[in-house]
Design a protein around this ligand. Structure first.
Ligand code: SAH
Length: 481
């Protein structure tokens, strides 16, 4: 029996088809081990005086054989692998010793010293499996690593492993030389194949692989793709897992100025970063030029991430960019992000809807340059709704004047969230009638989101992030508007 965990363990993946595997124990732990054996084709036998309900049901369905009673060494006859999963250390030891004597591999749950084989922590994506071991010395660490890996590999890896396995023979025949095969794989995986799988377009992915596998000459030149990705409001913790993965794969990142450096730091080190951001009043790359850049980089075979602050489809011109990509025949996908209204509200402690105060919420932009003001101010001025205004601070005066002119009470609460979710977040709270005055007094800068409505008053009580809200009490009231 191994005395210490110090010699290195040898990793194996076992084909258990038709092999007898014995699980000793009839409780929850044993049930988990039986579950882990599902789909392996093993003949499962569970030895225990009694079985917990799920195991008993599986036995009744004929999925496992129940050996009733206390462990006896003859249970190991004809067994290939045994798992001791009882809560009785003496029984577990007896299984280990009997296994050792008979040359049967034995795993003992939670006892690395007694176990001859260990069951790894696993990440499973279809036929692709990642097994993790700490040598039995630090199972919690192995679990932590597993959790990290879980976030890194999405379901498309399972589909990809299955797809490649189905075409394994053709792949080997197409590139008999391993070095050439490796190069071909690298090219293939850098292309849009996995993106198609991620978008659940399995048939197209299969066709694409078949085209690649066709005799030389037929393969189309590698084409890149564009992922339109929402970067969220700034706090990198608010990125989606998919956004994070795509940032890790990108060759080129075209980002707005609004995207925080904290988020950009998570991108692949050697990815080319291009800032195309707009800032009110300052010269920036015109939209047509951004569209052209996207098409140009993708057509050259690169994986492009178009990274936008917040959500790409909320005041982000994401639609225009997709139209340009569609026209150019470039593949794309869209990853939503946490939009400023949701993020700023959360980080200011303002529920956007509330059964007592607001049954609806509107996302509004009131930019000056976008042509004539077509907003329905009368509708916006109605009570019991929350308004979230996306815009530069220069427009605050107009919003205040229009809402009041159309009947929203001057004492309606507002909250202005500057640099929402970022380390330097500030919240200014007050009454609609004091909006532009307070914004000027506190020198609120862009980016800032304006929330108007009864719910805005809750920031005072519910704030939790950064400094408490600034308000009218911080202003000499003598100059109040
Ligand atoms: N697509 C973005 C919005 C782009 S419009 C999204 O979904 O959030 C730009 C406006 O969004 C800014 O003028 C500001 O009003 C708001 N905004 C974006 N990020 C913000 C942040 N971190 N804090 C406050 N306002 C923000």
């Amino acid at each position: 029996m191994p005395e210490t965990a110090s010699p290195r363990l040898f990793p194996l993946f076992a084909d258990l088809r038709g092999r007898a595997v014995l699980v000793v124990g009839g409780g929850a732990v044993a049930a988990r081990k039986v579950e882990a054996l599902a789909g392996t084709g093993a003949r499962i036998r569970v030895g225990a005086p009694a079985l917990e309900p799920a195991l008993a049901a599986a036995a009744a369905r004929g999925e496992l054989e129940h050996l009733p009673g206390r462990f006896v060494p003859s249970w190991l006859d004809g067994t290939w692998l045994a798992i001791a999963a009882t809560d009785d250390a003496a029984v577990n030891r007896a299984v280990a010793e009997a296994g050792e004597a008979r040359g049967v591999w034995v795993n003992v749950v939670d006892d690395a010293a007694l176990a001859r084989v260990q069951l790894p922590a696993r990440v499973e994506r279809g036929p692709l499996q990642i097994a993790i071991s700490s040598g039995g010395g630090a199972p919690m660490l192995a679990r932590l690593v597993r959790e990290r890996l879980e976030t890194q590999f999405d379901e498309s890896f399972g589909a990809l492993a299955g797809l490649l396995a189905r075409h394994r023979r053709t792949i080997v025949a197409r590139w008999p030389d391993t070095a050439a095969r490796r190069r071909a794989f690298e090219r293939l995986l850098a292309g849009p194949l996995q993106g198609l799988l991620r978008r659940r377009r399995h048939i197209e992915a299969e066709r694409m692989l078949e085209r690649e596998l066709a005799p030389a000459g037929d393969a189309a030149p590698a084409r890149g793709s564009v992922a339109l990705v929402g970067a969220g409001p700034g706090d990198a913790g608010l990125l989606t897992l998919r956004a994070l993965r795509l940032l890790g794969e990108a060759d080129v990142i075209l980002h707005d100025r609004l995207v925080s450096s904290e988020v950009l730091q998570l991108a692949r080190r050697d990815a080319e970063r291009i800032e195309v951001g707009k800032q009110a009043g300052r010269h920036a790359v015109p939209q047509e030029a951004i569209n052209a850049l996207l098409v140009e980089h993708a057509a050259a075979g690169r994986r492009v991430v178009r990274l936008k602050g917040g959500d790409p489809f909320v005041f982000g011109r994401g639609g225009e960019e997709l139209e340009a990509l569609r026209a150019a025949g470039i593949d794309y996908e869209v990853v939503p992000g946490i939009t400023a209204a949701a993020a700023c509200a959360a980080y200011a402690g303002i529920p956007l809807t509330h059964r007592d105060h607001a049954q609806s919420v509107r996302l509004v932009t009131a930019h000056a340059k976008e042509g004539p003001d077509t907003l329905d101010w009368a509708a916006l001025a109605q009570e019991r709704q929350t308004l979230a205004f996306y815009m530069g601070v220069a427009r605050l005066e107009v919003v205040q004047a229009q809402l009041i002119a159309h009947g929203r009470p001057p004492e309606t609460p507002f909250a202005l969230v500057e640099n929402g979710t970022r380390a330097d977040q500030r919240v200014v709270q007050g009454r609609l009638t004091d909006l532009s005055h307070l914004a000027r007094h506190h020198a609120v800068q862009s980016p800032a989101l304006l929330i108007v409505g009864e719910v805005a008053a809750l920031a005072g009580a519910l704030h939790w992030f950064g400094a408490p809200p600034l308000g009218a009490s911080d202003v000499p009231l003598a100059n109040a508007a």
